[in-house]
Structure formats: structure tokens, C-alpha cells
Design a protein around this ligand. Structure first.
Ligand code: ZN
Ligand code: ZN
Length: 318
């Protein structure tokens, strides 16, 4: 089978022809139909995720069918947990001390076939095609975990309008929230796209919002946005950081944090998050904007993501 693999930071992905992997106990062999390209994959090829093992096949937004049964499933980032550590035993398996992540510790979906632990696979709502469903598996569900942390925020700011925000904006507006979107300064196409996805207003990330925010979620890997977001939220509001990696957060005056404002991060997902989000995706018809690339063009997809050329999500189709 063909796979696009990373052999270490800074060298891009290399096409390899490998034997089809053999499932171990509890595992299934999955024929990959589509695999989303996530910003985390960029951090992986750049060496910004120190826990990753190389060589590795990236890809943790995998839609495929189980070889044998033909059942369609999704493979998310959380690939395996120990079930025994203090986090696993307290309903926080997303923080498992021994977790293995798909496309990081475990080979992922930038390949024609991959393995998965059946207990960590997710159902895919029927209404979505394979490529359209792929971004739901990380962008969609990490965004949803961030959103859940904003509790009953009426006015929600989204910083960085890519794959995660374009899905979450639709969920939040369908649930009656007011979404205000912040894009890279000067990104007029991004602002237009945000409004099409349900944002009431879209502006530059350096701009103040037209009204104060109850909560903000930061998807862009830019630490200075934490300060921008803190300045834009009300007293008691939260700033949720959704990315796995971010540039340093500049120092700031205590007064912008005071007033019981909070800054939090969201890490990984639990299986319960995945199941909850797939129920939402089955109920609300989400439009996922995808750009398809052949598997062998994975490096092109990564560089288009890096340069901000994509509206929505890149998806590899073997
Ligand atoms: Zn654990
Ligand atoms: Zn991801």
C-alpha cells in the first residue's frame, strides 16, 4: 500500500510502499477513503510535537471502511488510552498519561490502509460523504469541546477562521449564539467565508469586536491572540485555546485578566466528546468546505494550509 510518511522534523513527507498492516487484538484494518489535513500535522512535520515518534504516517481525521464488515467508521486523534491512570479513571481520558494518538504515536490515515482500535472509532452520520466527513473528526470535534467550555456564552468570538471555526460557527449560530469571527489582518476572502458560515460580523484579529464577547476561542497558533481576546471579553469571560501548539504569549497587564477572566486550554478529546459531536452533526446539516488532494500530494496540502490558502479544510483522497 502507498503511505506518505514523516521521517523527522523538517524533511516533508515521503511516499513509501509498505505491506498492509496486520491487525492485532482489538484492532481493525481500515481501508482509508478520506483523511483530513489538520494543523497538528504541520506541527508534526515541523518537529513541534516532541512526543511524536518518527517515522510516522500522519493523519487523524480518517474516514474509511473496516475490511471484512464494510462498516464505515471514523478514526480520531485519540487512538488508545490506558484505562488505569488518574485521568482515565476520572472521566478525563483526553489527559491520559499513556495515551497514544493517531498519526503521532500510531500510524494514521495518510495511507491507503491503516489500523485502529475498534473501541476508539466513531460513527459517521450518513448525511456526509467521506471527504465531507473527514474534517468533523478533529476540526469539528475539538472545536466542539472548546465550545462546550464556553458554557452559555451568548456572544462568541472565534480567532482564526479555518477548518475548526467554519464548522463551529455553523453549530453555534444554529444554537442561537452570536458568532463574531476574527481573521488574519487583510484576509477579505476569509471574512466573507466566515459570514457565509453564520458569523454575524467578521474583522481583523487586531480589531476590537463591535460588542464585548462573553467568550472567545482561539484556533490560530498565535500567542498574541490570547492578549487580543482577553481585551475583548467581558468580566467573568473565558478565553479557550484550542490548538496543540502556539507561539509564546506576550506579557500583558494584569488588569486585562482581572475581573475573573480566565484563560484555558483544551487538549485532545474523550470518546464521549466524539459521540456527542457526531450526534450534533447528524442533527444539524453542517456544510464542510473541503479541498481534495490526491494522497501523493500531501506535501502540497500541508503547504497550502501553512500559507492560509484554504477556505475550510484540505482532505487527502487515496
Ligand atoms: Zn490513562
Ligand atoms: Zn487535528
Amino acid at each position: 500500500m502507498k503511505a506518505m510518511r514523516s521521517h523527522g522534523p523538517g524533511s516533508g513527507l515521503r511516499l513509501e510502499v509498505l505491506d498492509r498492516p496486520r491487525p492485532g487484538p482489538g484492532q481493525v484494518l481500515v481501508k482509508v477513503h478520506a483523511c483530513g489535513v489538520c494543523r497538528t500535522d504541520l506541527h508534526l512535520v515541523d518537529g513541534e510535537l516532541p512526543a511524536c515518534r518518527y517515522p510516522v504516517t500522519p493523519g487523524h481525521e480518517v474516514v474509511g471502511t473496516i475490511v471484512g464488515s464494510g462498516q464505515r467508521i471514523g478514526i480520531p486523534w485519540l487512538g488508545w488510552t490506558c484505562g488505569a491512570c488518574e485521568y482515565c479513571t476520572s472521566g478525563r481520558e483526553n489527559l491520559c498519561e499513556n495515551a497514544r494518538f493517531t498519526g503521532c504515536h500510531l500510524d494514521g490515515g495518510y495511507a491507503e490502509y491503516t489500523l485502529a482500535d475498534e473501541r476508539f472509532c466513531l460513527p459517521i452520520p450518513e448525511r456526509y460523504g467521506d471527504a465531507e466527513a473527514a474534517p468533523l473528526l478533529c476540526a469539528g470535534l475539538i472545536g466542539y469541546r472548546c465550545y462546550a467550555r464556553t458554557e452559555d456564552a451568548k456572544t462568541l468570538g472565534l480567532y482564526g477562521f479555518g477548518a475548526a471555526a467554519h464548522i463551529l460557527a455553523q453549530v453555534a449560530s444554529a444554537e442561537g449564539r452570536t458568532v463574531l469571527a476574527f481573521t488574519r489582518p487583510g484576509d477579505e476572502a476569509g471574512k466573507k467565508f466566515a459570514r457565509e458560515c453564520g458569523a454575524r460580523w467578521a474583522g481583523d484579529s487586531t480589531q476590537a469586536p463591535p460588542e464585548p464577547l462573553d467568550a472567545a476561542i482561539i484556533f490560530a497558533p498565535v500567542g498574541s491572540l490570547v492578549v487580543c481576546a482577553l481585551k475583548s471579553i467581558k468580566k467573568g469571560g473565558r478565553v479557550i485555546c484550542g490548538g496543540i501548539h502556539m507561539s509564546d504569549i506576550p506579557s500583558f497587564r494584569y488588569s486585562i485578566l482581572w475581573g475573573e477572566r480566565r484563560v484555558e486550554s483544551v487538549a485532545n478529546l474523550t470518546r464521549a466528546d466524539g459521540e456527542a459531536f457526531m450526534r450534533v452533526a447528524a442533527k444539524i446539516p453542517l456544510r464542510t468546505e473541503v479541498t481534495r488532494y490526491e494522497l501523493i500530494n500531501a506535501n502540497q496540502a500541508l503547504s497550502d494550509l501553512r500559507e492560509g490558502k484554504l477556505n475550510g479544510a484540505a482532505v487527502l483522497v487515496p
